[in-house]
Design a binder for this molecule. Structure first.
Ligand code: AP5
Length: 214
């Protein structure tokens, strides 16, 4: 199964992709995670992407094309994948089609997760991350057992650099301007599945599974 999970910042793409990868037994490919890793390691890609990621702007399409072509060509993605955060522009839709054509495969589903803006802002401002193992928490919906500390490894939790109010506003504006047209592109291709992402993560996961498998 080859799926892309789309939707506004903080709607729960990563949370659902994590559940889905266990269910479908295919890798979770998050372009946001790939970029943050590259920034952390100071690779050439990371140095070019850093200012875009931290300000909430999109990384240029040509860089994203290189990143995604390299990742999807790896052996673990041969039987399928869950893309999270790609494509995000109409040009990236065309890039993905070219990459998949070269690999001789097709996208099965483009899933759009939806939620109202107040809920999105609540999810983003309450998110905390473990910098060591990447576990994602939420102060209200998924708090750590001991405040500020990762349940798995005991590291002090942090907020993502782009989870402050000013950058959240920017990311939402970029989403409306550049990514909403992507949904329309998939609607026209007949591959779009819209899933209401309000409700608890397990409820959303049930809706997602039913939509994908139904
Ligand atoms: P990226 O990392 O993709 O960020 P995003 O799209 O803004 O999405 P998030 O990771 O913030 O949120 P999410 O939807 O995964 O939510 P999560 O599951 O964590 O991209 C970051 C940046 O990288 C971009 O701004 C851009 O610069 C660059 N980039 C990435 N891809 C690119 C591309 N293709 N082209 C160009 N640039 C690109 O959930 C959020 C919180 O809510 C968590 O705390 C979670 O516990 C909680 N939560 C989740 N679900 C629920 C629920 N159902 N109920 C209650 N709480 C919930």
């Amino acid at each position: 199964m080859r799926i892309t999970l789309m939707g506004p910042p903080g709607v729960g793409k990563g949370t659902q992709a994590d559940r889905l990868k266990g269910h479908l037994e295919v890798p979770h490919v998050s372009t946001g995670d790939l970029l943050r890793d590259a920034v952390k390691q100071g690779t050439p890609m990371g140095r070019k992407a850093r200012a875009f990621v931290e300000s909430g702007e999109l990384v240029p399409d040509e860089l994203m094309g290189e990143l995604i072509a390299e990742r999807l060509a790896r052996p673990d993605a041969a039987e399928g994948f869950i893309l999270d955060g790609f494509p995000r522009t109409v040009e990236q839709v065309a890039i993905l089609e070219r990459v998949l054509d070269r690999l001789g495969v097709k996208l099965d589903r483009a899933v759009a997760l939806t939620a109202i803006e107040a809920e999105i802002v609540r999810r983003l401002t309450g998110r905390r991350i473990c910098p060591t193992d990447g576990t994602v928490y939420h102060l209200e919906s998924h708090p750590p057992k001991s405040p500020g500390t990762c349940d798995q490894c005991g590291s002090a939790l942090v907020q993502r650099a782009d989870d402050n109010e000013e950058v959240i506003r920017k990311r939402l504006e970029v989403y409306s301007r550049q990514t909403l047209p992507v949904m329309e592109a998939y609607r026209q291709r007949g591959t779009l599945l819209e899933v209401d992402a309000s409700g608890a993560p397990d409820e959303v996961f049930e809706k997602l599974k039913t939509g994908i498998e139904g």
